[in-house]
Design a protein around this ligand. Structure first.
Ligand code: TRP
Length: 363
């Protein structure tokens, strides 16, 4: 069986370092591993519209941001197909048929949708499109016969929903769709990187994100004002590393080589943490180290972005070609789905013959 990746992001804002450690970095590694036959990366504009119906301009503006973020992280259009969801109308058609295989109560139980409804104060007025986006996500994944979906852990319920739809479809209509596996980051700190203010989630409205497109100065300034341990007032005070965003970021980003290079007096992160916990290690020193570590990761991303920014029409060309390629693949799957469901009336000579016979048998 072919190994195929499909994943994507809603274009509602620029991507940040949480997206990077949670999924983007892994995608690039998987892309370069040569272990996959096909890789599809989708800009999920149609899904973004399910909760931004009144603000299509926001979605429209952020498509190029997300595309630039992808390319600058090292997603290579020669190796991966980057495309825009709405430009593959087969996905909508698939969703419509999958809707018949899912109950309202099953959708209501989806924990990610539940918390998103709360976050958006949608309780009294949930748009139907938003409520059913897990079904459209199943269409995204199955249209490309994806075997592997690298995403953050908040997407786990979507993958479960997709597997259920696949099983149900295959059981009712015969083996057609492929059951995908989720691929979560294996470093725990990467599952959900906190905001720079220590809050559980990075969010544009909280102004607590470090963006992939931030300048060197912006990154430094954000790191230097990051949340640490509020009780660690003097350098000599013992400090806490749990819940301390700077250490969580180091968990996510630092490698032993970084210590050799920037902080040779410590062997590794455990030693640094032990010193902080004991007391005698100041926040500024740890933050400077984090800044150096992050810069190693972000500098090449920034440089690649600069190159792509020089030729924006080329980026749209990449998206356009990717969308054409993606549509071909989705159209083939849609055909198979309709064949299995027997909604292929005009291609089915047998059907036409049998009906003709039935009507004309009495003559
Ligand atoms: N839900 C994803 C997000 O919030 C975007 C997305 C849409 C997606 N369809 C998908 C991710 C299919 C993986 C697979 O960013």
């Amino acid at each position: 069986m072919e190994k195929i990746i499909l994943t994507g992001d809603r274009p509602t804002g620029k991507l940040h370092v949480g997206h990077y450690v949670g999924s983007l970095k892994r995608r690039v590694e998987l892309q370069n591993s040569g272990q996959f036959d096909k890789i599809f990366i989708m800009i999920a504009d149609a899904q973004a519209l399910t909760d931004n119906a009144d603000n299509p301009e926001k979605v429209r503006q952020n498509i190029i941001e997300v595309a630039l973020d992808y390319l600058s992280c090292g997603i290579d259009p020669e190796k991966a197909t980057i495309f825009i969801q709405s430009q593959v109308p087969e996905l909508t058609e698939l969703s419509f048929y999958y809707m018949n295989l899912v109950t309202v109560s099953r959708l209501q139980r989806n924990p990610t949708v539940k918390s998103e409804i709360q976050m958006r104060n949608f309780e009294a007025s949930i748009p139907v499109g938003f409520f059913t986006y897990p079904i459209s996500q199943a269409a995204d994944i199955t249209a490309f016969k994806a075997t592997t979906v690298p995403v953050g852990e908040d997407q786990l319920p979507m993958l479960e929903q997709t597997k259920e739809i696949v099983r149900k479809f295959n059981q009712v209509y015969g083996d057609t769709l492929i059951e995908p596996d989720i691929l979560l980051p294996d470093n725990k700190a990467c599952l959900r990187l906190p905001g720079t203010d220590g809050k559980a989630k990075m969010s544009k409205s909280l102004n607590n994100c470090i963006y992939l497109s931030d300048s060197k100065e912006e990154v430094k300034q954000k790191i230097m004002s990051m949340y640490t341990d509020p009780n660690h007032l003097k350098v000599s005070d013992p400090g806490q590393v749990e819940g301390n965003a700077v250490f969580t970021y180091l968990d996510a980003f630092s490698k032993p080589e970084h210590f050799e290079k920037y902080l040779p007096e410590y062997k590794d992160l455990d030693e640094l943490k032990a010193h902080y916990t004991r007391g005698g290690l100041g926040d500024v020193k740890v933050k400077r180290f984090l800044n150096a570590v992050l810069e190693e990761e972000l500098e090449p991303i920034r440089a690649r972005r600069k190159e792509y920014e020089k030729d924006i029409p080329n980026v749209y060309r990449i998206l356009r070609e990717g969308s054409i390629e993606a549509e071909k693949v989705a159209a083939q799957t849609l055909k198979e789905v309709k064949d299995s469901m027997k909604i292929n009336y005009f291609d089915d000579e047998e059907l036409i013959k049998a009906q003709a016979l039935r009507y004309n048998a009495q003559d």
